[in-house]
Design a protein around this ligand. Structure first.
Ligand SMILES: Cc1ncc(C[n+]2csc(CCOP(=O)(O)OP(=O)(O)O)c2C)c(N)n1
Length: 386
């Protein structure tokens, strides 16, 4: 995005909403930005590294710590996140940023309040302003692009008073933008660490992998990562023992672990690289508790597939199989080709098993799954009771 200068010849109103936000951030002195993707702000996200020192996070909470450090070192930090991530940050906001009176700007993509197609987003949409209020964090709601000019004042206040200030952006703000976010990672450009360092060539998308894995999921409790993975699983292998996650990013393997520790049935977690990296400590807990009936299929497309294919840390430095081994999971393998994925399922030993499936980015265009949370829960509970 080329930011046009905001001078006498240009009015703020002529700028696209993303440009207005960047302009307000620059004018108020923001010098350091950390972010974790939300689909609604993918265009804004894409342009951040051009304008600011920028860090791509693995978890929103970590951003609070990084921004606290940045503030201690004299930077003026801001975090761009989805409102669901606010839930992950509460303790750090209260006992770090607020407690030490450090400045922080929270730029929050506010889902669940306008034109929302994903029902599960509505819960955190409702709670987000209440969480901010409970923490005594002053915030501004921006529902229309015309109101973007007001945010500069809020941002300035954060730094002048050394306090936290938040802005909640309705998806409506971005609707009229003329800027088109490029798909951040086209297939050919993405290259996972495993592909580079372990010479594993991704060949299949997540959807293709799920089709191959489908027969091996039959009759097992399957916990599926949120977003596109759920839609794809629903289309290739719907069964009532599938627990489709509608929210709670990072909880796939923990949910599967909880099931596995309390049933004799086989349990499979279909996790993603972005989600595993949000909560990798769960791999330590899995290694400690070592349930024999648990298999993790970690589909690593080196991207946040559901929010615009922004690269995750596996595209830069992380090899998830080594991570799992480092945490103490012994039965691990790395697969990319169809034959390798088939062999991994055919030869599954006693768990916990960790299949690192190196995939290409890309999503199948499918509708949202037509099941309510209640229906999903009931199906899985019934299956597990039998
Ligand atoms: C706490 C939180 N932060 C951000 C999001 C937005 N979000 C939804 S899905 C997703 C990407 C998940 O990526 P990954 O686990 O790698 O799975 P993929 O879609 O690539 O298969 C993100 C960032 C969210 N739902 N919750």
């Amino acid at each position: 995005m080329n930011l046009r200068t905001y001078g006498s010849e240009t009015s703020l109103g002529n700028l696209n909403p993303e440009e207005q936000v960047i302009q307000a951030m620059k004018s108020s002195g923001v010098s350091f930005v950390a972010s974790l993707p939300c689909e609604k702000v993918k265009t804004l996200l894409e342009s951040l590294p051009e304008h600011f020192k920028h860090v791509a996070l693995t978890r929103e909470e970590e951003g609070v710590g990084i921004c606290a450090g940045a503030a201690l070192a004299g930077a003026k930090p801001a975090l761009l996140i989805q409102n669901s991530g606010l839930g992950n940050m509460v303790n750090a906001l209260a006992s770090l940023t607020k407690y030490y009176r450090l400045p922080l700007v929270l730029l929050i993509s506010w889902r669940g309040i306008y034109g929302e197609k994903i029902e599960a987003q509505k819960a955190m949409g409702y709670y987000a302003p209440r969480i901010l209020s409970a923490l005594d964090i002053k915030y501004e709601e921006v529902h229309e692009p015309e109101h973007l000019s007001l945010i500069e004042h809020t941002l300035r206040e954060a730094y002048e008073n050394s306090e936290i200030r938040a802005v909640l952006f309705s998806p409506k703000v971005w609707e009229g933008s003329r800027l088109k976010g490029k798909e951040v990672h086209e297939k050919r450009r993405i290259s996972s660490t495993a592909a580079r360092t372990r010479k594993v060539q991704p060949r299949l998308t997540r959807f293709q992998m799920l089709k191959i894995a489908a027969p091996y999921l039959e009759g097992k409790a399957v916990v599926c990562n949120l977003g596109f993975p759920c839609k794809e699983l629903y289309s290739v292998k719907h069964q009532r023992s599938n627990f489709y996650m509608l929210g709670s990013m990072g909880m796939t393997s923990p949910i599967a672990l909880g099931i596995a520790l309390n049933t004799k049935k086989q349990v499979v977690a279909i996790d993603g690289d972005g989600s595993l990296l949000m909560n990798p400590g769960t791999l330590a807990t899995i290694a400690q508790t070592a349930p024999k009936n648990l298999t993790i299929l970690a589909i690593d497309n080196a991207a946040y597939g559901s929010t615009g294919n922004q690269p995750t840390a596996t595209a830069r430095s992380v090899d998830l199989e080594l991570v799992a081994r480092g945490f103490g999971i012994r039965n691990t393998c790395k697969v990319a080709a169809k034959s390798e994925l088939l062999a991994a399922f055919e030869n599954l030993g006693s768990g916990p098993n960790f299949i690192h499936a190196v995939a290409e980015p890309g999503n199948a265009e499918l509708p949202n799954i037509p099941l309510s949370a209640e229906e999903i829960k009931r199906g899985v509970e019934e299956f597990l009771r039998e």
